[in-house]
Design a protein around this ligand. Structure first.
Ligand SMILES: *[C@@H]1O[C@H](CO)[C@@H](O)[C@H](O)[C@H]1NC(C)=O
Ligand SMILES: *[C@@H]1O[C@H](CO)[C@@H](O)[C@H](O)[C@H]1NC(C)=O
Ligand SMILES: *[C@@H]1O[C@H](CO)[C@@H](O)[C@H](O)[C@H]1NC(C)=O
Ligand SMILES: *[C@@H]1O[C@H](CO)[C@@H](O)[C@H](O)[C@H]1NC(C)=O
Ligand SMILES: *[C@@H]1O[C@H](CO)[C@@H](O)[C@H](O)[C@H]1NC(C)=O
Length: 245
């Protein structure tokens, strides 16, 4: 009996990761919404639309994909009013877009749990705390804009896990400190990366040489930080480059 029970337990553990236990909408409601809301005493008007009596298509600042990966089109009236989509575990979150929305909380580690999340645009809010390490676990994330907030601490090295898929990383105007972490691999070229904006923080150390290997870079801003030393010539080819004060 005992043997059987532990066998069943074993099976249960084995199958856990294969089951989608929690829909993306569930994760948003239970983890992301309260974290972004933070301690603000008045409920954020955008976040308040994320609730079970509002059809998914009317939750503000979000984009979704269907089970096949194609964008969920919220144009038609029937989709816009479809409450059943809220509990459809095959619907996946692809984008969070709430710039300048008065957000006063933080980004929780659960942000790394969305399998299809491609972009996060949360610039010009009052978000604080650190940029979670788990961001680097997001298998689809390619565009990040967290500029003009109050994020502090250092940039998590896990960001370079996303190297092959990253297109733009904008973190201008926060309170990030420490030196920029090197990518773990020696030859990280982040080929699709076009925009890197770390300006207006408190970053320090020598010039981050690994950036010279990012061959697709078109826009680099490291201005208004505490970097020391000289800028390598290899960067001369970048079309927009700003490191001055
Ligand atoms: C937010 O609330 C937590 C606990 O409820 C508290 O520790 C923290 O200081 C608060 N932060 C702000 C900015 O008020
Ligand atoms: C749910 O969202 C609607 C807007 O879509 C809003 O009017 C309503 O107050 C929200 N309900 C709660 C409990 O926040
Ligand atoms: C509403 O969404 C459910 C769940 O995805 C789907 O099965 C159903 O066909 C949709 N209904 C309409 C009218 O679009
Ligand atoms: C980040 O800011 C919070 C206050 O918002 C502070 O408690 C914490 O020590 C800071 N962390 C770093 C690494 O500066
Ligand atoms: C890294 O690139 C250099 C020069 O391009 C090459 O010689 C080296 O073998 C590469 N290392 C790895 C681990 O791919």
């Amino acid at each position: 009996m005992l043997v059987l029970r532990s066998y069943l337990l074993f099976l249960l553990f084995l199958s856990l990761p294969l089951l989608s236990l929690c829909s993306d909408s569930d994760l948003l409601l239970k983890k992301i919404k309260p974290a972004l809301q933070g301690n603000a005493t008045i409920e954020n008007t955008q976040l308040s639309t994320w609730n079970l009596s509002t059809p998914l298509c009317q939750w503000r600042g979000l984009q979704w994909a269907t089970a096949t990966g194609s964008p969920l089109s919220c144009d038609s009236a029937s989709t816009r009013s479809n409450l059943s989509l809220n509990s459809d575990t095959s619907i996946q979150l692809t984008s969070i877009q709430l710039p300048a929305s008065g957000l006063q909380g933080y980004i929780p580690s659960d942000i790394g749990d969305f399998s299809s999340l491609q972009s996060i645009y949360l610039a010009v809010n009052s978000l604080h705390g650190s940029i979670p390490l788990e961001l680097g676990n997001s298998p689809s994330l390619s565009e990040i804009d967290l500029g003009s907030n109050s994020f502090n601490g250092s940039l998590p090295p896990s960001i370079w896990n996303l190297c092959d898929q990253l297109v733009s990383v904008r973190l201008h105007g926060n309170r990030l400190s420490g030196s920029l972490p090197d990518p773990a691999g020696p030859n990280h070229t982040c080929d699709s990366l076009k925009v890197l904006d770390f300006g207006g923080n408190k970053l320090e150390g020598g010039f981050p040489l690994f950036i010279t290997k990012f061959t697709g870079l078109q826009e680099l801003d490291l201005s208004a930080n505490r970097f020391t030393g000289s800028v390598p010539e290899a960067l001369a080819e970048i079309s927009y480059f700003f490191i001055g004060c």
